[in-house]
Design a protein around this ligand. Structure first.
Ligand code: ATP
Length: 411
């Protein structure tokens, strides 16, 4: 099957031109070049995806260097892995030397050896991701599909390439469910059986890799579908025994989408996922997924604030009270609680902090207070805080009123 026409139709002009130049340059170097992975799958499905992955039979780094010389681009190379990334203004090209992989033991990182396109496709996760399109001059546009990925796309099936696939790399369990739910496909029956059998192999996967796959799920448009499925299969519980799926999560993910920008959603979803956990469960989760420090603080703060929400369940609180109850919590923790709380009073106090109170600043600063004759030290800090509270509560409205109050407070 030749997809040259589809490529012309599908890729933006700028990208097409680049692909042609790369193809010519590869030919000059005696290399072969192929479009692979998600973009081939999405091209056949008619879905937009311009993150191009290219596999090169030959030295990808050498080719990428040549391309960088003749086009205006930023080049990042990883000589050890034989990969390079070319960044253009609105898309990126990933180039990799074709490689085969073997696994010393289940869950280990693979041993990588240079190889052919077919070997490179065989190390991939599912048949629908193991197709390539030739960008070479002699057969430009030809579909290379050794594992019947196109047939599986047509039958809406997620299929692994060999029975050891999930035990070699159990992150593929999370990936299978991500694609199944995103594309509304089904697991091919043997794949489903092996996936269930190999769920315990997730224990052999490092925290960073599990976290990466979970993050990819949380970047999906409706991650709750995959989370639900992972809960039903017992995968969530394998990651952390206290994790679970129930309708609450779907409701809260939906609310998160209605209140926040898309870029903020993945971290909010993660905090909502651990929201039902207790402190011990949360610590286990942080440890298991090797959560980076800043995010771990946000998760801890989320639960700490959850336990203090009763203090905010009052409609007559002064603005300064709301501010000083919340100002030391991580912003993500406050946003999460604003979504998670069932009390409308709590939610509106949290929203008030997020949208207004946290931006309120005094007009006077420490230097100006010193000029009014207040000496540096704890006293000055206290006066600044009183001014800030007065500003929050509308008791002072401008710099002159702040000065008046500061002089009254001067010891
Ligand atoms: P999308 O970005 O739409 O989710 P993608 O296919 O580009 O899809 P990536 O996670 O960027 O997904 O992976 C790129 C390609 O690398 C995949 O298409 C797949 O062929 C391969 N791949 C990624 N992770 C694995 C893995 N754990 N095992 C085998 N192959 C993998």
């Amino acid at each position: 099957m030749n997809l040259a026409l589809q490529i012309e139709h599908y890729l933006p002009q700028q990208l097409l031109e680049l692909a042609r130049n790369i193809s010519l340059e590869a030919e000059r170097l005696g290399q072969k070049i192929y479009l692979v992975g998600g973009v081939v799958r999405d091209l056949l499905l008619g879905y937009p995806n311009f993150d191009l992955d290219l596999v090169i039979e030959g030295d990808a780094v050498e080719l990428a260097r040549r391309i960088a010389e003749i086009s205006d681009t930023k080049l990042i190379i990883h000589p050890r892995f034989g990969t390079a990334k070319l960044s253009y203004s609105n898309f990126t090209l990933d180039m990799a030397t074709a490689r085969g992989e073997t696994y010393a033991r289940p869950g280990a990182l693979p041993t990588v050896t240079p190889g052919s396109l077919n070997g490179d496709l065989f190390r991939r996760d599912f048949s629908i991701n193991a197709m390539a399109i030739s960008l070479n001059q002699n057969n430009y546009g030809e579909l290379i599909d050794p594992y019947q990925g196109k047939n599986d796309l047509e039958h809406h099936l997620i299929r692994i390439l060999h029975p050891r696939s999930f035990s070699d790399d159990a992150t593929r369990i999370l990936r299978a469910i991500r694609y199944e739910q995103r594309l509304e496909f089904e697991l091919e029956p043997q794949t489903a059986q092996l996936l269930k059998r190999d769920i315990p192999m997730l224990n052999a996967i490092s925290g960073d890799r599990v976290r990466h796959e979970l993050e990819l799920i949380l970047r999906e448009r409706y991650p709750e579908y995959a989370i639900k499925r992972l809960g039903e299969l017992g995968v969530l519980q394998r990651i952390n025994p206290s994790l679970n799926y129930d309708g609450w999560i779907a409701k809260k993910f939906d609310k998160a989408r209605s209140l926040n920008k898309p870029s903020q959603l993945p971290l909010l979803y993660l905090c909502l996922l651990v929201y039902p956990l207790d402190e011990k469960g949360n610590e286990q989760f942080i440890h298991r997924l090797n959560i980076p420090k800043k995010l771990a603080c946000a998760l801890r703060d989320t639960l700490r604030l959850k336990s203090q929400l009763h203090l905010l369940d009052k409609s007559f609180l002064k603005y300064s009270e709301i501010y000083y109850l919340l100002h030391e919590y991580d912003l993500l923790a406050i946003q999460t609680n604003a979504i998670a709380s069932e009390s409308s009073v709590v939610c509106s106090n949290l929203e008030l902090f997020l949208t207004k109170l946290r931006y309120v600043k005094t007009s006077l600063n420490g230097e100006e207070l010193k000029r009014l004759g207040i000496s540096a030290g704890p006293e000055l800090g206290k006066i600044l805080q009183i001014l800030h509270k007065a500003k929050l509560d509308g008791e002072v409205k401008n710099k002159a009123e702040e000065e008046k109050l500061a002089l009254l407070l001067k010891p």
